[in-house]
Design a protein around this ligand. Structure first.
Ligand code: ADP
Ligand code: MG
Length: 670
């Protein structure tokens, strides 16, 4: 009896598998038809032949022509790469995840099997994954354990025009790897550089006049409507434009709005819902968001067709500029802004990373407008005047020109001193910037007095973190409070869990509830501890209720929890005792200071604050619990530049701690 049961069970399973295969097969066929209509398909043979014949090829093509999703499949199907893996790098995690998802559907395989992805804190691949979408940062990390990238037959550097720091680092490193691979007994490494704009010359020249292939795009005309005068409040401008379009323009025709970041996206999303509630709308609307920290499931929603008689309103960061194409868009609203990281250098040699909202370049503005004309003629509404457009810089300068080199130099030296010595930059940074990074890394104890990487430096490079944060975790090991610091580092890696832009009053109440006399770092840990207690109670509904009544983003805390788990895993692998914790809040702050000793400002006689490193003026950000507290010495996590330079996430520290920090760090380097 039992065995027949088992037999029928297995037969049923077989039938189910067959059925599911059939479904996949149909879906795949349908997708294949769509794919074959993409512009890149007509160039398939030429692409394959050229890549077969050359170890390095530059591919240029308009956004949406099928470069990222199709070309890697062509490589796979034609066996280029000699059975080794194919990597496709992306500057943004959200793009890597979404594209891997799409391509796994197109190949009719489960995500993580044939096609996978690997991004910071999330790996969806195994040793058999033949096609791996990954962030440029993850490929950098793989270089630490495999200098020749011996697992890979082809590396596709996508979105090269964005010139992120990590993409530049990979391009420079690949140049010497290709050389060294041909000396080792390994198949040659092929490199394909893909770019959306017309700057192929630079890449081609860098790789000894590599051949350039052009993929023709399909672009319908886009009418550009500039504002008559510069919009002072672009959020309000966007809101009005959205409803103007919605009420006057027929369906179909979705709206894509480009905003600087997550905060603005959430805030505008809330305003749209509020406005729509009381209004007589001609059609329904659905609001969709696209930014880095969304979960893969949430990201996928932007690709789903809207219900009938409904207009999609997609609020996105510049990830929708060239990395991700969304069908159905006919109207683009461009705020003209993006959030960017910039590194300020100062006279006495130490600089600080700052995040701020900045006007985009002309080429970004053109890309954004182009998104309206993928399927039919479209319109782009710029919330700025034509004159402002004309004054924009031509292109965005490469990240290497505006970021600190701490990370870059530490990574290259951690791969090997040889890698660092042989490294060729696409754009050579200034000698001062290189010197400064050496000083910073020496200050952190990562380099010795001869500029050679220390054991501590190697440990820091191996952690998926900014060198300063890595230093904080390592000092926590010494002071036996790894558990506290793990939580804090995870919280510092995500956006603030407090909703800031929607309900200012609610925020203040929450901030006070969890405030610490030491400031925001401990305040964050207080929120974390309270969240932990509620979560330990088990009921999901309780957690939700607690978060919403405290105006805290549950999603952000969940993401921090996720990151914490990954960091903990890393620390365990490095042999740290991750259970150690302390009640002594000053010890926690001293650990943080170990990595952040440059981010300190002193209160002056007139009540203002000045940074210790360059005496620049800073103000305490209005969201900080230290505002109006007159702390004599503060340490901050980052600076943001708006109308003034604001220090975010501030804590009050004792100036004397700075001396012991210097002692600890120098001891490591000598
Ligand atoms: P390119 O890299 O040249 O900009 P892509 O390969 O990214 O072009 O995109 C090709 C097409 O695939 C686009 O029309 C895009 O809309 C579609 N596509 C990409 N990802 C998805 C997805 N997750 N769902 C539906 N369509 C997608
Ligand atoms: Mg692409």
């Amino acid at each position: 009896q039992q065995s027949t049961d088992a037999a029928s069970q297995s037969q049923k399973a077989k039938a189910r598998r067959k059925a599911s295969k059939n479904v996949d097969f149909n879906l795949r066929n349908k997708m294949l038809e769509t794919r074959q209509q993409l512009p890149i398909w007509s160039g398939r043979d030429a692409l394959i032949q050229t890549i077969q014949a050359n170890n390095i090829v530059v591919v240029l093509g308009e956004t949406g022509s099928g470069k990222t999703t199709q070309l890697p499949q062509f490589l796979l199907e034609s066996g280029i790469g000699g059975g080794l893996k194919i990597a496709v790098t992306q500057p943004r995690r959200v793009a890597a995840i979404s594209l891997a998802n799409r391509v796994s559907q197109e190949t009719g395989t489960q995500l993580g099997s044939l096609v996978g992805y690997s991004v910071r804190f999330d790996d969806m691949s195994w040793k058999g994954t033949a096609l791996k979408y990954m962030t440029d940062g993850m490929l950098m990390r793989e270089l630490l354990s495999d200098q020749l990238l011996s697992q890979y037959g082809v590396i596709v550097i996508d979105e090269a025009h964005e010139r992120t720091l990590r993409t530049d680092l990979i391009l420079g490193t690949l140049k010497s790897i290709m050389q060294r691979r041909s000396n080792a007994s390994l198949p040659p490494l092929k490199v394909v550089v893909m770019s959306a704009t017309l700057d192929a010359e630079k890449f081609s020249t860098f790789f000894h006049s590599a051949p350039v292939l052009y993929v023709k795009g399909r672009q319908h005309p886009v009418r550009i409507l500039n504002a008559n005068e510069d919009v002072q409040d672009y959020m309000d401008g966007a809101l009005k434009t959205i409803f103007q379009i919605h009420q006057s323009q027929p369906l179909p025709g979705d709206i894509l709005v480009f905003l600087p970041g997550q905060e603005e996206i959430n805030s505008l999303g809330a305003s749209i819902s509020m406005f729509a509630d009381g209004a007589q709308l001609k059609h329904d609307i659905v609001i969709l968001k696209l930014y880095a920290s969304l979960s893969p499931q949430q990201q996928q929603k932007v690709f789903e067709a809207a219900p009938s008689n409904t207009r999609k309103i997609i609020l996105a960061t510049n990830v929708a500029e060239t990395s991700i194409t969304i069908a159905g868009v006919r109207h683009v609203i461009d705020s003209g802004l993006a959030r960017e990281r910039k590194f300020y250098t100062s006279n006495n040699g130490i600089g600080i990373d700052t995040l701020f909202v900045k006007p985009i370049s002309k080429s970004s503005a053109m890309q954004r407008a182009g998104r309206a004309g993928r399927e039919a003629a479209g319109v782009c509404y710029r919330l700025y005047t034509e004159n402002t457009f004309l004054k924009l810089s031509k292109t965005t300068p490469p990240e290497i020109e505006r970021t600190n080199l701490n990370f870059a130099i530490l990574q290259l030296k951690a791969i090997s001193e040889e890698t660092y010595q042989q490294f060729e930059w696409l754009d050579e940074p200034s000698t001062e910037a290189i010197q400064q990074a050496h000083i910073n890394l020496f200050g952190l104890g990562a380099l010795d007095t001869h500029g050679i990487i220390t054991d501590l430096g190697k440990k820091m490079a191996g952690m998926p973190l900014d060198p300063a944060i890595a230093r904080i975790l390592l000092s926590a090991q010494e002071r036996e409070c790894v558990s506290n610091i793990l939580s804090l580092c995870a919280l510092l890696s995500v956006d603030s869990p407090l909703f800031t832009s929607t309900n200012q009053d609610g925020d203040d109440a929450t901030r006070e509830r969890f405030a610490s006399r030491h400031g925001d770092h401990i305040g964050l840990l207080n929120i974390w501890a309270a969240y932990g207690e509620v979560a330990a109670g088990g009921a999901n509904a309780d957690v939700k209720e607690w978060c919403s009544s405290n105006k805290i983003s549950e999603r952000t805390l969940r993401r921090a929890k996720d990151i914490r788990a990954q960091l903990e895993h890393q620390c365990r692998r490095m042999g740290m005792d991750v259970s150690l914790s302390t009640q002594d809040e000053e010890i926690i702050l001293q650990c943080v200071l170990q990595g952040m000793f440059q981010n300190v400002a002193l209160r002056q006689g007139d009540g203002t604050y000045r940074q210790i490193v360059n005496h620049g003026a800073v103000k305490i950000h209005p969201t900080s619990s230290l505002l109006n507290r007159k702390a004599p010495c503060i340490m901050y996590h980052e600076l943001t530049l708006t109308t003034a330079t604001y220090a975010r996430t501030c804590s009050s520290i004792h100036p004397a701690w700075l001396r012991s920090v210097a002692f600890y760090n120098q001891r490591e380097s000598t």
